[in-house]
Design a protein around this ligand. Sequence first.
Ligand code: AKG
Ligand code: FE2
Length: 325
Amino acid sequence: MSLELPVFDISKPLSESSLSSLQDACKEWGFFYVTNHGVSGDMYRKLRRFSGGVFGLGDEEKMKMGAPNYTPHFIASPFFESLRVSGPDFYASAKSSVDAFSDQATYEEFSGLMKEYGEKMTELCEKIMKAILSSFGDDLINKYYESEFGKCHGYFRINNYTIPSEQDDHHHHHNDDQDLIEGLGMHTDMSCITIVDQDDIGGLQVRCKDGVGMMDINPKDEALVVNVGDLLHAWTNGRLRSSQHRVVLKRRGFVGNRFSLAFFWCFDDEKVVFTPDEVVGCCEGMRMFRSFKCGDYLRFRESNEKGKFEKVGDTVEDFARIELG
Ligand SMILES: O=C(O)CCC(=O)C(=O)O
Ligand SMILES: [Fe+2]
């Protein structure tokens, strides 16, 4: 099954009806599309070309980038490798990845591009977060945007999914459907919000509220996919969904690579996440999450996964949910 998520045009003034469909989508799915986001086709094509150049290097070369800049195959999955670029100084982060390579002029340009993209996405996240706060009404922007979200920062991953040829893949996990491969396992994001730019191959799936079904999030021209992460789920007292999602690849007919960009916008490590009374209040007054330091949650996730990436199982629900009774 596939899903028609609402499309939120971020360039338009916020109308009551667009805010209410935004709020509904965040509660029901934790996912929606955004258009007129300001990332030009030109910037995207350049980013893809440069990244393709880096992924095309030999394994030994790529390993020179080191962790956490480069995640090689067989960490998250055999079919996934990823470059990480961290803000707020996206230029310096990208530069530190590619400094080991010889073609310095090219990589200067690469780093400049990463900076441009990172800053654009940071700005977009700020706008989206403001829209999400507005969708609660009650002037939450004025009360909480600056104090709670003013120090948020972002990082992004450039993801490259490939499927090896049939003969050397007898040992990995097939789904029930022999033609479906998990390119990135089921997980929730550790962010406040995440913005994903997937190419036209598709494969992003979200778990339905019933906890069983899966829905395809189809590629949509000119649109980016936005999803709510664990930090915003906790901050909104669980009202906005941080949904489990994954990426599946169809073996048959899969040509080339699947390329995606995922931008994660998070609280800073020192931030104490604690739902304001007013936000709790609109939820029958029952506080669902104890206060926690953002960095402690990130470390909890990392230590639970032993470098295994974002596997589902331990989320903010396990970490900070208040037991009832
Ligand atoms: O590659 C994608 O489309 C999504 C990636 C994702 O969910 C993630 O990196 O957290
Ligand atoms: Fe994700």
